[in-house]
Design a protein around this ligand. Structure first.
Ligand code: PMP
Length: 314
């Protein structure tokens, strides 16, 4: 597979895609210590904008803090890195911001604690996925979920669920890989008490028979920017919203359920363990919120216009 014609912002310089490399024995590779964040780039009528850049950068700083990475850049410098990466890569649909320890290390604690920062702006579909013939085209419009029952995830006593660090994705990877081999699209993870938590890269919402939205509380999930956006939009639109612990049995009596995420948007759940959710999929609430979210990200809603940071000169 040839490299896409893109540059990556790396410690202040734009380097060709293929040159943004680390050593196989680097600390981040060996110990999973890379911290990252992933945000969307929207092309709309007004131009090119990063969605909720401030919030993503703040979450990135919080993740570094939770992992203990001694990052030297402040929020302003990180935002500028993302903007420069987008400017240099027209047509990009996402920005991935990374902080990692590139040094070759022997011990768990690095001797050289220089944290490198990389901001990569690209199109995950045309630059990566569509270059591999074995990878299926885009994900399905509705999702067939497997409820993970064996592996309890989101253990703050191991690594805080708020930390977007590579190591936190190893356990969900095992669960999702197994589910995919059984023909499911995605997994729903449970916390250490067996209550519903989130997907490996998405948050979870359930709609009850009264039209009230329920989502697991902040302490057991990553603080998804899409989750927060949907909560704000739903409240503005007059939905009742409850953040609470949800027992898996609530799935079987739910009217609707959906996942949210930067890549997924609002992704309606068709079934869990092959049991259909609700009467129709997508249900009316999921459909309405998905449409509202699209409008907001397209810059067609004044109330949420401040969530878009426009990048001049793209
Ligand atoms: N949970 C986890 C564990 C994730 O990795 C992600 C993706 N960042 C999400 C939820 C969804 O977050 P966001 O809406 O910010 O993409």
């Amino acid at each position: 597979m040839s490299d896409p014609d893109r540059t990556i912002w790396l410690d202040g310089e734009l380097v060709p895609w293929g040159k943004a490399q680390v050593h196989v024995l680097s600390h981040s590779m060996a110990r999973g210590s890379l911290v990252f964040d992933y945000m969307s780039v929207r092309q709309n009528e007004r131009g090119t904008a990063i969605f909720r850049l401030d919030d993503h950068v703040q979450r990135f700083l919080d993740s570094c803090e939770l992992v203990g990475l001694p990052l030297v850049q402040d929020a302003a410098a990180l935002k500028q890195a993302c903007i420069e990466a987008v400017k240099a890569n027209p047509g990009a649909r996402v920005v991935k911001l990374n902080a990692y320890l590139p040094s070759v290390e022997v011990d768990v604690v690095p001797v050289d604690d220089h944290v490198a920062v990389a901001a990569a702006a690209y199109d995950p579909w045309s630059d990566v996925t569509e270059r591999r013939s074995e990878v299926p085209a885009r994900p399905p419009k509705t999702v067939r979920l497997w409820l993970e029952k064996e592996r309890k995830q989101r253990r703050p006593d191991i690594m805080h669920p708020h930390a977007k660090v590579a190591a936190n994705y190893a356990s969900p990877m095992v669960a999702k890989w197994r589910a995919k081999r059984r023909g499911y699209d995605e997994v729903l993870l449970v916390d250490e008490q067996g209550m519903l938590a989130e997907g490996p890269t998405t948050n979870f919402f359930l709609v009850d028979g009264e039209g009230t939205l329920h989502t697991p509380p902040e302490q057991s999930v990553l603080l998804g920017v899409t989750r927060r956006s949907i909560l704000a939009i739903a409240e503005a639109d007059g939905y009742k919203v409850v953040e609470e612990r949800i027992h898996p049995d609530a799935l079987w009596v739910a009217a609707e359920a959906f996942l949210t995420g930067t890549s997924a948007g609002v992704w309606p759940i068709q079934s869990v363990d092959e049991r259909p959710i609700g009467q129709e999929c997508p249900g009316p609430v999921s459909r309405a919120l998905a449409e509202r979210f699209r409008e907001v990200t397209a810059g067609r809603d004044e109330a949420f216009e401040h969530w878009l940071t426009y990048v001049e000169g793209v």
